[in-house]
Design a protein around this ligand. Structure first.
Ligand code: ATP
Ligand code: MG
Length: 361
């Protein structure tokens, strides 16, 4: 059974104005970790707040654990939430902050103690239990907010950018930690972030949002590998997916992709597109690069060489287009060098240049 079921949620903050969420439907299975990801302003927080009962939808329904809660206030929805701006109480020590939800639920004192200690352990806050928030770093405060949410064991956990105030290194560390913690407690989780790397790393599934709608939902690697539209390919992944305008032509009985005056082997399913323009989507790591000419490869000119340690990222000019290519760390080239590129037809995704939607899923 799905634990969170959202049906056709519509919300406009001003009547008749732009829709913050536009007919969003979504199911989160019991124990699943689902991540909502998308650019700033796409409606993630609004959607989460409607699930929480903090915002009232114009239309649509929310069910939790099979119960329609659309008309129930937040406190009757049996869930816990970590807000985008971590709202912890400045006048309470860490211990009271974490135990707050339990105290509100009239849980006996010794059990609160026990559960607070356990949550503090999970989040490495044991030594800070007697401090006030003002005496903590931003990252520690954020961990208090997470501890307070997981300690109540609500069954459904909603998190809105809980790592946003951590520096890059802490964020990476805490991301892995959070993944472990949520797995341990097995709570159904709906998690919001605008950080695509975080979404990929944490989610059992990710829902990519844009302009108040979910445009693609699936396992992280499926969505990464097969973006349903250009926006998704450009949003997920660093670097983003390359998109190169091309024309489908026929070479004997095989379709090929013409990029300017060069040709690339095309997926054989493109027959009906012969003579028409397409957008070729290809990930930087799916492009093979060589410093020697070979038949069937296309030539490009190196513009920028960026060693990242684990790889070398090249920006190359292919005809009139710039694309990113990822090579092994030992690969040596310099700006203005000529390189040869190819990609297997299976790694190419083809998009309709007019609608930006994928041609071949
Ligand atoms: N209280 C509000 N009143 C009016 N408009 C609002 C309100 N809250 C959000 N909006 C608008 O609704 C849209 C969606 O906002 P929302 O906060 O859901 O975005 P988000 O995806 O969470 O963005 P971010 O990543 O920046 O947090 C935005 O255009 C925003 O300006
Ligand atoms: Mg938000």
């Amino acid at each position: 059974m799905s634990d969170i079921v959202v049906r056709n949620l519509v919300k406009a903050y001003t009547p008749g104005g732009p829709r913050a969420t536009d007919d969003v439907s979504l199911e989160v299975a019991e124990g699943e970790f689902l991540v909502l990801v998308g650019p700033s302003g796409c409606g993630k927080t609004t959607l989460l707040r409607m699930v929480a009962g903090l915002e009232r939808p114009d239309s649509g329904t929310v069910s939790l654990g099979g119960r329609d809660v659309t008309r129930l206030p937040a406190r009757e929805r049996r869930l816990s939430m970590v807000f985008q701006s971590y709202a912890i109480f400045p006048h309470m020590r860490v211990r009271q902050n974490i135990g707050f939800g339990l105290a509100m639920r009239k849980v006996p004192g010794d059990e609160i103690d026990r559960r607070v200690r356990r949550a503090a352990e999970l989040l490495h806050l044991e030594e800070y239990l007697d401090r006030y928030p003002a005496q903590l770093s931003g990252g520690q405060r954020q961990r208090v907010a997470v501890a307070r949410a997981i300690v109540v064991d609500a069954g459904v956990l909603l998190m809105d950018e809980p790592l946003s105030n951590l520096d890059a290194l802490l964020r990476l560390e805490f991301r892995a930690e959070l993944k472990k913690i949520v797995r341990q407690i097995g709570t159904t989780t709906l998690y919001v972030t605008h950080d695509q790397a975080e979404a990929m790393s944490l989610g059992d599934r990710v829902a990519v949002m844009r302009g108040g709608r979910i445009v693609q939902l699936g396992a992280p690697l499926d969505v990464y590998d097969r973006p349903s539209e250009r926006f998704v390919g450009g949003f997920l992944g660093a670097p983003p997916m390359n998109f190169i305008p091309a024309t489908v032509e026929r070479n004997g009985d095989k379709p090929v992709l013409a990029l300017g005056d060069q040709h690339l082997a095309a997926p054989s399913t493109l027959d009906e597109w012969v003579g028409r323009p397409v957008l070729v989507g290809v990930r930087a790591e799916n492009i093979e690069v060589s410093t020697e000419a070979a038949p069937g490869w296309v030539t490009a000119t190196v513009e920028v060489v960026e060693p990242t340690g684990a790889a070398v990222l090249l920006t190359v000019r292919l005809g009139e287009h710039q694309i990113k290519v990822q090579t092994a760390p030992g690969f040596r080239v310099a700006p203005d060098d000529t390189v040869w590129l190819r990609s297997t037809p299976e790694a190419l995704r083809l998009y309709d240049p007019e609608t930006s939607l994928v041609l071949r899923p």
